[in-house]
Write a protein that binds this ligand. Structure first.
Ligand code: GDP
Ligand code: IMO
Ligand code: MG
Length: 431
């Protein structure tokens, strides 16, 4: 087996879908190992746009098997809807090209209702979740009252587990949130029917992903970004899974001791959807320009993304814990028109320079970033396919990032399309 990983190093939406699609040309298997349909991964091929949420981006390529790992939370109804939408665009999702682990946690209707009730109840400090039930589904998994994909296949087991879960859920919904309770039998009937549709995709319980992929080239498709990690991110303004690259082995059940490529995705500037600290956010003209030129609106919820400059303090913090073998630098073309490009090189707190990335959210909210300004290139780079042909100032920006993060850039993305990509083969093993 060879193992290749793609993860976001910021607050998500770095362009993982596109980069996964580029690498998938050389892969046998593409696996999602954490997160759920809170993710929105976009791929553009021959002008056709595909939005993937729960289904791995590998599905777009023929002869590639997509795998939904045990670390994922899966909403069966959404999965079926996403499959139908793909079919409308000529992409068939079949039990041959998509497999689901029986250990995958299931997002139930009560998780989605709870997610929204909680957000509504938080007056001033909403997290701004995607409302897809992600947090409540992971809570149940950790509390050991979750429903797993394999449970959907046996009506009796399913009913017993739903009844047990509803004892708490209904008490919360009715008494705390004044919401409607769920009926155990109705839910069982409904999810058992969904289970019948999912059954052909759910792999044999006794057959592990490690066995399945032992002779294959496997690409791990991370969702979200490292700064949204439940442990290492800007807690509590994070998602409910581990998004750092080191989680991949746990999230699908393969050894994580060796990776052939561990690619950290860095968007050439920074964005964030939802609430939480964002030291380099630019609420003025530059931020608006980045949003307009980069079309920074959420793939999942359509919300405008908050925008700002590259933050090398946050990136160094993530890179120190990640053992990346190379960087995929995305959306570099969005900076085409800027005469000056700002980069955050340090943090000040209460007037003093600090080292590292604060764990305390209260400190992060008060950070004053220190910037340097690099000269822009002010020309269109979207047609360039050869690294050497990039304008000098674009190369200087890339070199600055490489030197700061001590990892080489293997892929430069200069547009959303599959072909709008520069690959430096010397820094990546698959090409
Ligand atoms: P993901 O969640 O990391 O997969 O990223 P999203 O798909 O949510 O957001 C990235 C957006 O930028 C999508 O609309 C992509 O089509 C687009 N995109 C990806 N790479 C590039 C690039 O290099 N340049 C430009 N202009 N757009 C890009
Ligand atoms: P991709 O894979 C950007 C954010 C939400 C919210 C927080 C918690 O497309 O990069 P959740 O619904 O997960 O409980 O919401 O996390 N968030 C994302 N932001 N990209 C994503 O995924 C995200 N998935 C969740 O906006 O702030
Ligand atoms: Mg996205």
């Amino acid at each position: 087996m060879t193992t290749h990983i793609v993860t976001g190093t910021q607050w998500g939406d770095e362009g993982k879908g596109k980069i996964v699609d580029i690498l998938t040309e050389k892969m046998d298997v593409v696996c999602r190992y954490q997160g759920g349909n809170n993710a929105g991964h976009t791929i553009v091929v021959d002008g056709i746009k595909y939005d993937l949420h729960a289904i791995p981006s590998g599905i777009i390529r023929k002869n590639v098997i997509s795998f939904i790992g045990n670390g994922v939370v899966l909403d069966p109804r959404q999965f079926i809807e996403e499959s139908s939408k793909l079919l409308e665009k000529g992409i068939k999702v079949t039990p041959e090209n998509l497999k689901i682990s029986p250990r995958t946690a299931i997002i139930m209707d009560y998780h989605k209702v709870l997610d929204r009730c909680r957000e509504d109840a938080k007056k001033g400090n909403k997290i701004g979740t995607t409302g897809r039930g992600i947090g409540p589904a992971y809570e149940d998994k950790i509390s050991r009252i979750g429903i797993r994909a394999g449970d959907l296949l046996d009506k009796e087991i399913l009913n017993r587990k739903i009844k047990a879960a509803l004892k708490e859920k209904n008490a919360l919904l009715v008494n705390l949130y004044s919401a409607e309770p769920f009926d155990a039998q109705e839910l069982t009937d409904h999810y058992f029917e969904l289970g019948k549709k999912l059954a052909p995709y759910i792999v044999d319980t006794d057959f592990s992903f490690a066995q399945f992929s032992s002779d294959k080239k496997v690409l791990m498709e991370g969702a979200q970004g490292a700064l949204l990690d439940i442990d290492h991110g800007t807690y509590p303004f994070v998602t409910s899974s581990n998004t750092v690259s080191s989680y991949f082995g746990v999230g699908c059940g393969i050894p994580s001791s060796r990776t052939d490529d561990n690619i950290g995705l860095v968007k050439a500037y920074t964005t964030r959807v939802g609430a939480g600290p964002f030291p380099t956010e630019d609420e003025g003209h530059d931020g608006e320009e980045l949003r307009r030129i980069g079309h920074e609106f959420g793939t999942t919820t359509g919300r405008p993304r908050r925008c700002g400059w590259l933050d090398t303090v946050a990136l160094r913090y993530i890179f120190e814990m990640s053992s990346f073998t190379s960087i995929a630098l995305t959306k570099l073309d969005v900076l085409n028109g800027f005469s000056k490009i700002k980069v955050c090189t340090g943090y000040r707190l209460d007037g003093r320079r600090i080292n590292g990335f604060p764990a305390s959210i209260e400190s992060l909210e008060r950070i004053e970033p220190e910037y340097i300004e690099l000269d822009g290139w002010q020309s269109d780079i979207s047609k360039i396919r050869d690294f050497d042909l990039l304008p000098e100032n674009a190369k200087k920006y890339i070199k600055y990032i490489e030197e700061t993060l001590k990892v080489p850039v293997s892929i430069v993305s200069v547009g959303p399309g599959r072909e709008e990509t520069i690959i430096r083969k010397e820094h990546i093993s698959v090409f």
